[in-house]
Design a binder for this molecule. Structure first.
Ligand code: UD1
Length: 448
């Protein structure tokens, strides 16, 4: 079955168009910006659509690279994915003919592994690439695999692929995770919607994107409910139906623009922002002295106290929701470079998320890594334009923030990482008065 697709040893990643952001910093951002749909919600909703043969329609889908990769991955399986207009996708999974998620998809996007649960539950088998392989960094999927096994699946691992089968239907069970994992919770929940009997998932991730997925599954006719903050119960159904759904707003994108306003000493209204999902973030930013007001779906940010009396240092620690999101750690770190005193940063979720601080230091920051999970940032240090390299999505957006705050011009290599998760980021910053352009690497031609 898998002959036509490469196994790990044959795999050569597709070349990506090398582009850079060129940013002339030092302009206080002013105006209004509208937040797009959530990446981490949209990707799982697309996966959920494969639980039924009927058509599902999604609005407020962000126009980003990860969504495009998920759409392509589904099309390769034989799923019909229509994109009738910007931010709208329609998915019909009537004729899935190829239950194989190749390494190309996994290498581009770890979230492709979210297809394991729904494809296994609906079709009884799938071969799916391990996204945690050496080529793309150490990010295990053991919790996902263990959850499927406890639902009765048989899973073998060969040549970088999981071969999963579920003779008959999956069987509901109690799934106890050793710690909270967002996508493992979602994978288990998706699989359980078509399993026989009841599944209880504990501790279940409490991220808003998980609840958005629950809301969509309920529209599909699934019997799924968060019965306690850390518990999700699912009573499996034989069949789910098609449904429509509007994707929730992206809380991480909103946080990025809040920090952009603060570190440039600007004044920005962030519209269509999911205030309810940003409690811990707003609390931290407010503690540093940024004037930030959250009301229903709008955040007003006034960073004028950057100069007088200046922002204050603040210790931060990431945690599963409702704690401070790890995806906001790098933007907040930029804010801490512009805060007076020494701040401690404790990254509790991932062990590779502080390394980008070396790039921030090239722009004049004083950030010191104590170990893979702890760092100190001492401010306020003036940031200066520099040539830096983006290593991943969130660090990339944060280097843009640093460049916007810096005096002089920055060249930021690896722009494609940012387009994985931010819709129209240059346009949104340009509209706030930033001087930013995206150009092809090594040329002066503007590409957006
Ligand atoms: C999701 C988000 C990501 C966010 C992260 C934490 C998506 C597409 N991505 O990632 O943006 O930063 O939640 O909020 O939604 N782990 C294991 N074994 C597993 C699975 C996870 O050890 O099988 C570990 C991870 O290495 C990490 C921790 O669990 O240390 C939490 O990761 P998890 O919540 O699973 O992150 P993702 O769902 O991958």
């Amino acid at each position: 079955m898998a002959d036509a697709r490469p196994f790990h040893w044959e795999f050569t990643p597709e070349p990506v168009a090398r582009e850079v952001f060129r940013i002339e910093g030092g302009v206080p951002l002013r105006g209004n910006v509208s937040i797009s749909g959530s990446k981490n919600a949209a990707l799982k909703l697309f996966a959920a659509a494969t639980l039924t043969g009927e058509r599902c329609r999604f609005t407020n889908v962000p126009e980003i690279e990860d969504v495009r990769v998920m759409a392509e991955t589904l099309r390769d399986l034989g799923v019909v994915v229509d994109h009738p207009q910007d931010n709208v996708y329609e998915i019909a999974s009537g004729d899935v003919e190829w239950l194989f998620v190749p390494l190309e998809a996994a290498a581009k996007m770890r979230a492709s592994f979210i297809l394991l649960g729904p494809l296994l539950a609906r079709f009884g088998r799938v071969i799916i690439s391990n996204p945690g392989g050496d080529r793309i960094g150490r990010r295990p999927v053991d919790l996902h695999v263990d959850a499927m096994r406890s639902l009765g699946a048989q899973i073998d691992y060969r040549n970088g692929y999981y071969f999963a089968t579920a003779p008959g239907r999956l069987r509901g069970t109690e799934i106890r995770f050793p710690f909270v994992s967002v996508m493992s919770t979602e994978n288990a929940m998706l699989a359980a919607t078509l399993a026989e009997g009841q599944t209880v998932i504990r501790p279940a991730a409490q991220e808003p994107e998980v609840d958005d997925l629950i809301a969509f599954l309920q529209r599909m006719g699934a019997d799924v409910e968060r019965t306690y903050p850390d518990t999700i119960e699912v009573n499996g159904k034989r069949r789910l139906r098609g449904a429509d759904h509007e994707v929730i707003a992206d809380r991480i994108e909103a946080a990025t623009f809040v920090i952009a306003a603060a570190v440039t000493g600007g004044k920005v209204t962030v519209e269509r922002a999911p205030c309810d999902h940003l409690g811990a973030f707003v609390e931290v930013v407010g503690r540093t002295g940024v004037d930030v007001t959250c009301s229903s779906d709008t955040i007003e940010v006034d960073g004028s106290s950057l100069i007088d009396p200046g922002f204050r240092a603040s210790d931060i620690e990431t945690a599963p929701y409702p704690g401070l999101a790890t995806d906001t750690q790098s933007p907040i770190s930029v804010l801490l470079t512009q805060s007076n005193g020494t701040s401690h940063v404790h990254e509790t979720i991932f062990e590779d998320r502080l390394e980008w601080l070396a790039e921030l230091n090239r722009m004049g920051a004083d950030a010191r890594m104590i170990d893979s999970r702890h760092a100190t940032i001492t401010g306020r240090t003036p940031l200066v334009g520099a040539e830096v390299e983006i290593g991943d999505l969130r660090a990339g957006a944060s280097l843009i923030l640093a460049a916007l705050a810096a005096q002089g011009t920055s060249t930021i290599h690896g722009a494609h990482h940012v387009h994985r998760g931010y819709e129209n980021i240059e346009r949104k910053f340009l509209d706030l008065g930033a001087r930013i352009e995206r150009v092809a690497e090594g040329t002066d031609s503007t590409s957006s």
